[in-house]
Write a protein of this length. Sequence first.
Length: 205
Amino acid sequence: MVNDPQILQELVAEIRRCRICRDRPSGAPLPHEPRPVLQVSATARILIAGQAPGVRVHGSGKPFTDPSGERLRAWLGIGPEIFYDESRIAIVPMGFCFPGLSAKGADLPPRPECAKAWRQHLMAAMPQVELIIAAGLHAQRWHLGEDWRGSLTETVAAWRECLKRKPPAIPLPHPSWRNNAWLKNNPWFEAELLGVLRQRVSRLL
């Protein structure tokens, strides 16, 4: 692992030019022009590992410019001015491009090509990260290793164990409205986990 801003800058430039999911896909190609979305720097101590951009983020080119972003910022206890300060917070989804919609109108899972091609290189170029916030099961599977418990609920419930990792990690459900029922059925999430999350984030900002 090397903290070299030039290496990171060159890697991000390569990612923004990436067209693997359209030109050399695993399965059906991406049905639209790729637009990789991420926010990184060589100084950010907090990494938010999400799923993949939604249609609004695909349009804006900026991560979490949607209601999910509003909820996530509330969970973190910070406003947009800090959230979008790349010197303090890195935002790296599992899939960099909007994957399209299913027949039922839901976002498809992150494209598998992204993590395979880029994620290990990108993580190695940001050794300064001191907290990983893994939002959603795809991010949790990749980042938590043996601490992934086989389901989102069991994994988030094991958040205290995840804090013992190096770097520490905090698993979250995705902040989408689709998880409103999950939040209602798991009141311990807001009662126990969010306070610790905000303390950790505040400490590193």
